[in-house]
Design a protein around this ligand. Sequence first.
Ligand code: HEM
Length: 125
Amino acid sequence: MGALYLPVKHFHLLFVVSTLVLFNLRFWLRTRQPEKTLPKVLKILPHINDSMLLFSGMLMMHIIPWQPFGAHKWLGIKLLLVVAYIVMGVICLRAQPRSTKWWGAYALAMLIVAVIVYLARWKPI
Ligand code: HEM
């Protein structure tokens, strides 16, 4: 099982990049053309990608095993922030494009992802 860890971690990173690209694509397409609905693929693909992101993270937690609410507090905080990222994404994409809520939720979502990456990469706690 240990041999699986690195490949799973690389897939996790691929899903991290994809979630950011897909979210930003939806956000900027709606910002530029608020009157148009998004292509169907941009409504389905992000959900598949985010499920794989969650699944790959859970698989790594199982293999090591990481303890998010024990020895590895960075991961516990990261998981709470992942929930906050999802909530911000939903609030943002349901808001009126170009409204204060639209820009505010987007900025918060991006800030949260930056903190998540910091916690995962440098594990300060
Ligand atoms: C927006 C969501 C997420 C982002 C941006 C993210 C980001 C990252 C990054 C950048 C790394 C690599 C750290 C390094 O280079 O050492 C990583 C590793 C990891 N992530 Fe995530 N992740 C997310 C979601 C999740 C979820 C949902 C879980 C668990 C269910 C999870 C669990 C893990 C674990 C266990 C590692 C391995 C750490 C290591 O081997 O050093 N992640 N994540």
